[in-house]
Design a protein around this ligand. Structure first.
Ligand SMILES: Nc1ncnc2c1ncn2[C@@H]1O[C@H](COP(=O)(O)OP(=O)(O)O)[C@@H](O)[C@H]1O
Ligand SMILES: [Mg+2]
Length: 224
C-alpha cells in the first residue's frame, strides 16, 4: 500500500473481521478494504484477562484523545516519518490515520501487514522458537539486536520490545515490523519521553534485558 488514500475510507462497524487481539485493542479487517483498523475493546470484547485497571484505562481513553493510544501512535508515526532514515521507518506500518466510530471511539486505520503466504505475522520470540536452524535463529536475533540499537540511537520511543514482529517476505526471508508502540508508555502524562537522553537509556535498558532473555531461552554459550 503506498498512500493513505488507499486505506479504508469508511469503517462499517457491523462488518468487521477480527484478526488480532492485544490486551487493550482489537485489530480488524474490513472485507474488501486493504488496510486494517484498531480500536479499544468494547465491553462485550472484554475477557477474563481484561483486568479492572485495563477497563478503567479503556474507559478513560476511548473518547478522549489526550489518553488515546491510537492518537498518540498516529501523531508519533507522523513525526517519525519526518525524522527517521527511510530504511528504519520501514519497520512501522506505511500509513496510519485516525478514524472515529460512535460506538468504539477513536481508532486507527493502518496498513495491514501480513506474511507473503497470507498468514498473520507473529512475534519475534515465537518465530525464533519456530525457526528450524540455528542459522535462521541467529539471523532473527541479530536483526533484532541491530534494530534495537538503531531505535535507541535515533531515540525512538519503543519501550516494549516483546512487541517486535516478524513478517516473512519469502522462505527464510523476513522483515522486522512494529505495529504496537505506545510512544508515551502507559503514563497519563508523556513527561520524560520528550527527553532524547531519557528515551535512549530506557530503550537500551529494556531491549538489552529482552535480548538477554532471548539468549537464555534459545542459544547456548557462544552461539550469538
Ligand atoms: N497493522 C497491522 N497489521 C497486521 N496485524 C496487526 C496490525 N496491527 C495489529 N495487528 C495484530 O493485532 C494485535 C493487537 O494489536 P496491538 O496493537 O498489539 O494491540 P494492543 O495495543 O492492545 O497490544 C497485534 O498483536 C497483531 O497481531
Ligand atoms: Mg500488542
Amino acid at each position: 500500500m503506498s498512500s493513505a488514500d488507499e486505506l479504508i475510507i469508511k469503517v462499517d462497524e457491523d462488518n468487521l473481521e477480527r484478526i488480532g487481539e492485544g490486551s487493550r485493542r482489537c485489530c480488524f479487517r474490513v472485507p474488501g478494504q486493504p488496510g486494517c483498523v484498531k480500536f479499544y475493546r468494547t465491553p462485550s470484547e472484554y475477557t477474563k484477562k481484561t483486568k479492572p485497571s485495563v477497563r478503567f484505562s479503556i474507559f478513560c481513553s476511548r473518547f478522549c484523545l489526550w489518553f488515546n493510544v491510537n492518537y498518540h501512535e498516529t501523531l508519533y508515526h507522523g513525526h517519525l516519518r519526518k525524522r527517521l532514515p527511510p530504511d528504519l521507518f520501514e519497520v512501522f506500518p506505511e500509513e496510519m490515520r485516525m478514524v472515529f466510530s460512535r460506538k468504539r471511539g477513536w481508532g486507527v486505520v493502518e496498513s495491514y501487514i501480513q506474511n507473503a503466504d497470507g498468514t498473520a505475522i507473529r512475534r519475534l520470540i515465537s518465530e525464533i522458537g519456530r525457526a528450524k536452524s540455528l542459522t535462521l535463529r541467529r539471523r532473527l536475533y541479530l536483526a533484532a539486536a541491530d534494530l534495537f540499537s538503531r531505535l535507541a540511537e535515533h531515540a525512538v520511543c519503543f519501550y516494549d520490545p516483546p512487541n517486535l514482529m516478524v513478517q516473512w517476505t519469502g522462505p527464510e526471508e523476513f522483515r522486522l515490523r512494529i505495529v504496537d508502540f505506545e510512544p508515551y508508555g502507559r503514563a497519563l502524562v508523556p513527561g520524560l519521553s520528550f527527553s532524547k537522553l531519557y528515551v535512549r537509556l530506557k530503550v537500551r535498558r529494556r531491549c538489552s534485558r529482552y535480548l538477554k532473555r532471548l539468549r537464555e531461552i534459545f542459544f547456548k554459550e557462544g552461539e550469538v
